[in-house]
Design a protein around this ligand. Structure first.
Ligand SMILES: NC(=O)C1=CN([C@@H]2O[C@H](COP(=O)(O)OP(=O)(O)OC[C@H]3O[C@@H](n4cnc5c(N)ncnc54)[C@H](OP(=O)(O)O)[C@@H]3O)[C@@H](O)[C@H]2O)C=CC1
Ligand SMILES: N[C@@H](CC=O)C(=O)O
Ligand code: NA
Length: 432
């Protein structure tokens, strides 16, 4: 090939970084055809050069000194797959200030400081692409930024964390204990370095903030996302959900009514016929609803080395094409709508509640009175004997109610002596 290759500075050589190296090597010929240039990795930043690697690389490429990439005039483009907020944010700022384009898989950084990095990039005429940061190998950001640019998106509902979807699937299908399923997800390279952010929903919340910002053109940060993870989900919840015809998933919902939006991540029950109910294991999916297009759905692997590397290297191809066309720094439209977030009285859903109550006459009547007084009507009631002789287990599913009404019901139940414990409560998504 006559032209010089594009020279890449790779930051990170863990799960995703190793996949990126492998993909660039294995698909070099196709990449040349796509971009008109070869792609060559010039330097790789790691914490520890001596560490054993999952992929064979020339040891002279490895460095522990970020300046060998950031101040390297031969490098045109940085691929950041090291993760974390600092020092990553400072490195990427410096790279952009030095006129280097950036491709990143870092949702923590993009959810918190994406606007800042994009504005430096625009000022310097550089690209920042981050497709791998949401739903791994699914090209969902591209779809929102380009495929739906003529439409107005009203709702996005997704399974956007592979680790928790893998754990819930293993628990539901094989009865695998939570901790063993999490350990396996870590071995498979799905989990974050601190898996608490997967399990407690923060990883999904960061992704939903990115999706909602792009989809609704509002500057929606993590503060606007209501988050609940799956650490409280029990095998009994999964069993009762199945008995009532539901599947329990960690779901992200970003919905717009008029000019107000709601962004939430929480374990939710989906009717078995819901398109997301069949999304199992490490797979992710996002349903996108638009005023003109109606319902669409994007499905694919949400984590893991090669699927994530595909998103990273495809972004790299886009950057190289932009470099050739001279259209850099203009790819992502900055938010242009005023941010308006719904209150608890404007968020409507059905809810599932599981209670342990005293097994005596009149308890059900007291419970239904609480619902009636809060203006919440019931769709389903299921009663089973509890684990001890004087207890019963009651499962209730409401009709659509506002979130503040549900909170009132929960508060009043806690005050009722006949209710020994509220075991769980979940939103029921879809199937209205
Ligand atoms: N794993 C997945 O499936 C997905 C991950 N992501 C995102 O991709 C990014 C990378 O994830 P993953 O590959 O799993 O992470 P890993 O922990 O497997 O790899 C991180 C790499 O970055 C290097 N690194 C970390 N901090 C520093 C630092 N301060 N200075 C120099 N090098 C550093 C590490 O070096 P060393 O090896 O020497 O320790 C390691 O090579 C994260 O932002 C993650 O959220 C996005 C989608 C999917
Ligand atoms: N830990 C994340 C990795 C991809 O973003 C997940 O499990 O989805
Ligand atoms: Na993606």
């Amino acid at each position: 090939m006559a032209e010089e290759p594009i020279r890449v500075g790779l930051m990170g050589l863990g799960t995703v970084g190793s996949g990126v190296v492998r993909l660039i090597e294995d698909h070099q010929n196709d990449l040349c055809h796509q971009t008109g240039q070869g792609v060559s990795i010039e330097k790789i930043l790691v914490r520890d050069r001596q560490k054993e690697r999952k992929v064979a690389v020339d040891p002279s490429l490895l460095t522990e000194r970020p300046e060998e990439i950031l101040k390297n005039d031969r490098i045109d483009l940085i691929v950041e797959v090291m993760g974390g907020i600092e020092p990553t944010r400072s490195y990427l700022r410096e790279a952009l200030e030095n006129g280097k384009h950036v491709v990143t898989a870092n949702k923590d950084l993009m959810a918190l400081h994406g606007a800042e990095l994009l504005s430096v990039a625009a000022r310097k005429g550089c690209d920042v692409f981050y497709e791998a940061s949401v739903a791994g190998g699914i090209p969902i950001l591209r779809a929102l930024a380009e495929g739906f640019s003529s439409d107005r998106i009203t709702k996005m509902v997704g399974i956007v964390n592979g680790t928790t979807n893998y754990i819930l699937t293993e628990m539901a299908r094989k009865g695998t204990p939570f901790q063993s399923a999490l350990a396996r997800a870590q071995e498979l390279g799905y989990a974050e370095s601190d898996p608490t952010s997967d399990v407690e929903g923060m990883d999904a919340a960061r992704k939903m903030a990115i999706l909602a910002t792009l989809g609704f053109h509002m500057d929606l940060s993590l503060d606007e996302v209501t988050v609940r993870g799956i650490s409280g989900v029990t095998p009994e919840d999964l069993r009762f959900a199945a008995q009532l015809g539901y599947v329990l998933k960690l779901v992200g919902i970003a919905a717009r009514n008029g000019e107000k939006v709601e962004v939430v991540v929480e374990p939710a029950l989906l009717p078995q016929a819901h398109p997301l109910a069949a999304v199992d294991g490490v797979y992710n999916a996002v349903c996108v609803y638009g005023e003109a297009v109606g319902e669409t759905m994007f499905y694919g692997p949400g984590a893991g080395a090669m699927p994530t590397a595909t998103a990273v290297v495809s972004d790299l191809v886009t950057v190289v094409k932009n470099m050739r066309l001279g259209g850099n720094g203009r790819a992502i439209v900055a938010p242009y709508r005023e941010k308006r977030v719904k209150g608890a009285d404007e968020i409507f859903a059905k809810y599932f509640l599981r209670l342990r109550v005293e097994d005596e006459a009149g308890v059900l009547a007291k419970l239904t009175l609480i619902f009636a007084e809060a203006g919440v009507s019931l769709e389903k009631v299921l009663q089973e004997p509890g684990c001890s002789g004087d207890e019963a287990e009651i499962v209730l599913v409401t009709h659509t109610a506002s979130r503040d009404r549900l909170d009132e019901v929960l508060l009043r139940m806690e005050e009722l002596p006949a209710v020994r414990r509220i075991m769980s409560h979940y939103r029921v998504e879809g199937g209205e």
